[in-house]
Write a protein of this length. Structure first.
Length: 144
């Protein structure tokens, strides 16, 4: 084997190993993200007609003890403006979300102030896609 062939072979093996490491890193991130989704539980949901501006989701005390929330959107695209969270004890918390979520997507996770708190109700200011025949459905998810 000539010196040139050995150099090419070494470069090829190095590139293949590097590609394998990169693929393994991406695969492990996807697995971790998938495991995170398993820990989220449904706290409530609401239907949104095309002309709705705000909707309220009532949450029971048993389900409402969470540290983080996020929303899943079904039916049509929804633009989230502001979320107001009313707790069993304490002042309401207003959060500017400003996310446009496509049908089947989710908002980013929102950390709640004060750690584990019992949510009584969540009011969502939204704008649904008007160019569709479908109504939207928003599902509130919580994570302990």
């Amino acid at each position: 084997m000539t010196r040139s062939n050995r150099t090419h072979r070494t470069l090829f093996i190095s590139a293949a190993l590097f590609a394998g490491i990169v693929l393994l890193a991406f695969a492990s991130q996807r697995v971790l993200a998938g495991d995170d989704d398993k820990d989220w539980k449904v706290l409530g949901d609401t239907s949104i007609e095309r002309n709705a501006a705000t909707k309220q989701i009532d949450v029971g005390a048993e389900e409402g003890l969470v540290k983080r929330i996020k929303f899943e959107v079904r039916g049509t695209d929804v633009e989230f403006k502001k979320v107001t969270i009313s707790y069993e004890n304490g002042d309401p918390e207003e959060i500017d979300v400003r996310d446009k979520v496509r049908r089947g997507g989710k908002t980013r996770a929102i950390d709640l102030k004060g750690g584990n708190r019992v949510i009584k109700r969540v009011t969502v200011a939204i704008k649904a896609d008007k160019d569709t025949d479908r109504d939207a459905r928003i599902i509130l998810l919580g994570h302990k």
